[in-house]
Ligand binder design. Structure first.
Ligand SMILES: Cc1cc2nc3c(=O)[nH]c(=O)nc-3n(C[C@H](O)[C@H](O)[C@H](O)COP(=O)(O)OP(=O)(O)OC[C@H]3O[C@@H](n4cnc5c(N)ncnc54)[C@H](O)[C@@H]3O)c2cc1C
Length: 453
């Protein structure tokens, strides 16, 4: 038994766990399964090439995070003007597809434009046709908001590749929060090439000058070991909710509050004695994995873009990016470091299957202009993120709500992208860590004060 129990146990040391630890004024212990902190915001290095866990570009909107990152990193972060492209129908056009049809084959532009105008007219004047019920699912939402052409040429095939499930399996409640709808004027302007080069709020991002995104993660984690206890290489065996204790290798670590940032199903698997409603909700959580390749080239890539979106099924990837085009230090001088996010999610390819996959990827990259030829490749390393995308299906909101209410009633606070079981960004996770820390600073303080009276 530990001499002085910590008030808060944090499970998982990704950005959410790190941020929670940074902002807690109560005593804490953080348990992280891996050898180093950072979770998805870590960077791997091989032979002088650096790779994040696919592109991790920092978009900041909140004044607090802007100040925090500026204070911690200053000019170690560089601003980068986004260069994102759509790679479809043999053309490289600007992102987003729906607001930049110019450059696609004329028949595609026509189909997309006519479809958008028809959809727009239906929305403007529902009296003209049948009254519109709420969209049944993401596919329905796409048709309604973007029209048949944009649906067929980009939104449906791209989202199918990205999410690993057809958009009709995804609830429309999710889309209204996360999918921006362009105005008619923007779509028309984009079809004739009259839009500004880059659109949307994500037109620039910050990125560490050196060392990949983990440079930022390390700055956030700096000094934590002096303020609390950080145990890496540690994963809890079980959580005793009734006794409020985490069990790790025969040791019991008591807590007053538990901040859980590990994937929600992994947390629930460790909890004994859940009510039947929570057990049922746990069976309804779905996520899709993503496999990706770290790709190193012997010469610098012949294009200047940072990343592309590839909606067509014939390419085995849905997105690919060039780190070293954003920040040259990501590769040795005159060379390139790339990531390729694969849409295929069958059995993990080995042997001949792996060679075939690599060849198809290399051919796709050549067509997209990202590499000169397959001979220019130095290595392609295959990795997997087991829970990359949570699936927002019809059960999602009820299931997560049931689980969250029960956990919080029992002193367990699920937070972060996989703890909350959601879709969010690094900035959201930094803010989620601060939010839960402030909640617990206040809540545990109040209870302590009452206990003292
Ligand atoms: C493909 C992809 C691309 C992305 N691109 C961007 C981007 O460009 N910009 C952006 O802002 N965001 C991006 N994100 C989102 C970003 O990665 C996340 O929002 C953020 O890193 C999640 O942080 P987290 O701490 O909540 O979770 P994680 O980073 O997953 O951290 C959870 C931690 O828990 C640990 N853990 C797991 N199991 C256990 C266990 N049993 N015991 C103890 N510890 C455990 C893990 O090792 C990990 O360290 C992307 C995400 C993905 C999947």
């Amino acid at each position: 038994m530990r001499a002085e129990p910590s008030e808060v146990v944090i499970l998982g040391g990704g950005l959410t766990g790190i941020s929670a630890a940074r902002h807690l004024t109560r005593s804490w212990i953080l348990l992280e399964k891996e050898a180093r902190l950072g979770g998805h915001a870590r960077t791997d290095e091989r032979d002088g090439y650096h790779f994040d866990k696919t592109g991790h570009w920092l978009h900041l909107r909140d004044p607090y995070t802007k100040n925090l990152i500026a204070d911690l990193l200053g000019d170690k972060m560089v601003p980068v003007e986004r260069r994102a492209r759509i790679f479809a129908n043999g053309a490289l056009t600007r992102y987003p597809f729906q607001a930049n049809l110019y450059g696609q084959p004329p028949e595609v532009v026509k189909e997309c434009l006519v479809g958008f105008v028809l959809a727009w007219r239906r929305r403007q004047d529902p009296q003209a046709g049948a009254p519109l019920p709420p969209p049944a699912n993401f596919e329905d939402f796409i048709h309604r908001e973007f029209g048949a052409g944009i649906a067929r040429h980009f939104m449906i095939p791209y989202n199918h590749k990205l999410w690993g499930v057809h958009p009709r399996e995804i609830t429309s409640a999710w889309c209204t929060r996360f999918v921006p709808i362009p105005k008619l004027e923007e779509v028309v302007a984009g079809a004739v090439g009259a839009n500004p080069p880059e659109m949307g709020y994500n037109v620039s991002f910050l990125y560490p000058r050196e060392g990949g995104i983990e440079t930022m993660t390390r700055a956030l984690a700096h000094g934590l070991v002096e303020r609390g206890e950080v145990r890496t290489g540690t994963s809890p065996d079980a959580i005793d909710v009734a006794a409020r204790a985490v069990e790790v290798g025969g040791e019991r670590i008591p807590y007053r509050a538990l901040v859980a940032t590990l994937p929600l199903p992994d947390l629930l698997r460790r909890i004994r004695g859940m009510p039947a409603s929570v057990e049922l909700a746990a069976t309804r959580l779905r996520a899709t994995p993503v496999r990706y390749l770290n790709v190193a080239t012997k010469s610098s890539p012949p294009v200047d873009y940072h990343w592309i979106y590839a909606p067509e099924e014939k390419y085995p990837f849905y997105r690919a990016g060039i780190y070293s085009n954003a920040v040259p230090s990501m590769a040795p001088p005159g060379r390139g470091s790339l990531y390729v996010e694969l849409s295929e999610r069958g059995p993990f390819p080995t042997g001949a299957e792996r060679d075939t996959l690599n060849l198809r990827v290399a051919q796709g990259l050549v067509e997209a202009g990202a590499i000169k030829s397959p001979d220019d490749l130095l290595f392609m390393d295959l990795h997997e993120l087991p829970h990359a995308y949570v699936v927002f299906d019809d059960h999602y909101y009820d299931a997560t709500d049931t689980i969250r209410r029960w956990l919080e009633a029992n002193g367990i606070y699920p937070r972060g992208r996989y703890g909350s079981w959601t879709y969010n960004s690094m900035e959201d996770c930094i803010l989620a860590g601060r939010e839960v820390a402030e909640l617990l600073n206040a809540r545990l303080g109040e209870v302590s004060a009452q206990a003292i009276k």
